[in-house]
Design a protein around this ligand. Sequence first.
Ligand SMILES: Nc1ncnc2c1ncn2[C@@H]1O[C@H](COP(=O)(O)OP(=O)(O)OP(=O)(O)O)[C@@H](O)[C@H]1O
Length: 247
Amino acid sequence: MISVRNISKKFGKLDVLKEFNLEFEAGKSYALMGPNGSGKTTLIKIILGMVIPNKGDVIVQGESIKNNFKYRSNIGYMPQIGRYPDNMKIGQLFRMMQDMRPEIKEYDVELMESFGLNQMMDKPMHTLSGGTRQKVSAALAFMFNADILILDEPTAGLDPMAVETLKNKIKKERDSGKLILITSHILSELDELTDQAIYIFEGDIFFNDSVAMLKETTGEERFTTAIARLMEWSLKKKQTKTELSHV
Ligand SMILES: Nc1ncnc2c1ncn2[C@@H]1O[C@H](COP(=O)(O)OP(=O)(O)OP(=O)(O)O)[C@@H](O)[C@H]1O
């Protein structure tokens, strides 16, 4: 459904992504993990066409994203920080987004309703709490029934009940055949949601395999401990490289 082919991205001298090759399939959920600044958001933004790579291409549903903007209508995106016009009311924002997609006649309002946003349509965006803004972003990402959902730190700032609601929605959409790509630092949450774990470290893909293989490789039964093991290994590898470079 999405092929990331030989993608490299530099910011100045910093090699953020070095020749990345990844395949994302329908009906599966992928957790994109790695330390702060490891390039998760950059990769997501490249897939969304918001950052242009130095090298490589991304193929979404059979088409290259180069000089192509139509593919975006099949991706629901929840940004890490949603930025919206301050004075716009929630209801106006939803209507504006719907007006921008006139080809879509049926909306998925399940999250909007479960989060109670339909009860606060007259609230201006600048008066909303951080968590409520996150709920608006989540409701918008799912509203257009896109085949692909890209969620950047989706549960950050949400209360436990909202987290459960969002997790159930993610599982439901994945099971109905959608492709889900999530980044999060909250590993316990990813545990239930992830089919495939991708761990990025210092510009490279350090691990990319099924959760079963992750557990087998690390010898750890719990997802969170298995990821902690990967982190340890990646840091050790770096230390060894540094030591060797001084020999
Ligand atoms: N527009 C930009 N200009 C310069 N450097 C950038 C830009 N965007 C990102 N970077 C740098 O690229 C690196 C990767 O950033 P990115 O936001 O992709 O990381 P991340 O893995 O999503 O981090 P986090 O876990 O903190 O969200 C960081 O060092 C960041 O400072």
